[in-house]
Design a protein around this ligand. Structure first.
Ligand SMILES: [Zn+2]
Length: 206
């Protein structure tokens, strides 16, 4: 596969961009332990969004893997997992972090957060969503025990790990490099980092 331009997702910020049906989207954990809160909307209709609950229903998995497809709130196929070089540990259960998250953690003052990153990234492309859908938390390691208890562990991904998706319909993507630096969500060092993505045309794949 030939590489397209690599675009950086700066640490602690969000980006929004369109991807076309038939292309591939590669989301890269450049430094290895950065969680990336990821959303997708139908490019033509902000009322249709990638839905974690619909995807769990469609795949009967809490972590879809290679061969599985993330679907919308109308069960429209959106992103199919083609390749995952990480150990495949992601999260579809937790909401994104928000101002309230950091209030609950007793942080004093404003803390940047994925919810505000989501809204500001959408605003940067002239879009708005009246609510924040549940994100696909790529590389987030919150295992669920047999008793149903969720624990918060550092990512098990490594530098350069990526997830490659087939884009099934025209999408507006939003990705936030999570600024959580109080818990070990983004690694034991609690140091949010840049990440990156590439959009690849299937015509360029070999
Ligand atoms: Zn976050």
């Amino acid at each position: 596969m030939s590489n397209s331009e690599t675009r950086i997702i700066p640490a602690r910020t969000g980006v929004a961009f369109e991807v076309r049906s038939g292309s591939r989207l590669k989301i890269i954990n450049t430094y290895g332990s950065q969680v990336l809160d990821t959303w997708a909307f139908a490019a033509a209709d902000m009322d249709e969004y990638m839905s974690m609950e619909h995807t769990r229903s469609a795949t009967s998995r809490i972590i879809p893997g290679v061969g599985d497809t993330y679907v919308s709130n109308r069960f429209t196929p959106m992103l199919s997992v083609v390749e995952d070089t990480s150990p495949g540990v992601h999260d579809t259960l937790m909401c994104c972090c928000s101002r309230k998250t950091y209030e609950r953690l007793k942080f004093q003052g404003y803390h940047d957060n994925c919810n505000d990153n989501f809204q500001s990234a959408l605003a940067s492309v002239g879009k708005h969503s009246p609510f924040t859908p549940g994100p696909l938390n790529l590389f987030m390691n919150f295992p669920v025990s047999a008793e149903g208890v969720i624990t918060r562990e550092p990512p098990v991904s490594r530098p350069g790990d990526y997830v490659l998706f087939d884009v099934q319909t025209d999408l507006l993507m939003v990705i936030s490099a999570c600024p959580q630096d109080i818990q070990t969500v983004n690694g034991a060092g609690k140091m949010p980092t840049d990440a990156a993505f590439q959009v690849l045309n299937q015509a360029t794949t070999s």
